[in-house]
Write a protein that binds this ligand. Sequence first.
Ligand code: FEO
Length: 177
Amino acid sequence: MPPAPAFAQKLNQQIANEFAAHQQYVACAVYFDSEALPQLARFFYRQALEERGHAMMMVQFLLDTGADVTTPGVAEPRSFFADLVEPIALALEQEQRVSEQINALAAAAREAGDYTSEQFVQWFIKEQIEEVATMSALLRVAERSGADAADIEDFLAREHPAGEAGDPTAPRAAGSP
Ligand code: FEO
């Protein structure tokens, strides 16, 4: 059974939001790379890939349920920052906004009595709790460290090392093996 039309329309919009988040994370990562901050760059490039993954999971769900999918364009991200705290604060705002959007998706599914879609959204609710918590912690470290970028780099190398495992409970993403 296809998803409720109001939910499908909102989920298509969310695909655009997730791709926009991808672009914003790439822009932040490139900024950190240009500032010779490899751990921050690596962390933000990986966040970007996660956002792309979220978009593609939503694409796969719409394909699986026989709904229309549109591939969206995205607004230009912000690429210039005054200091290294700004991109992290921007990322936290973005994650908080996405959490609200995901909750609105869950509400739309429930309102329509569309339990399949509601169940699909549950994973994203859990994911957003983690992403907001991770970015809040990083912002606290960055603010506490002031201008000392080495402290933030050490924190990321220790707490979020390269090669962290993905979540095996995640929905399948379109195009993934
Ligand atoms: Fe897919 Fe972190 O929002």
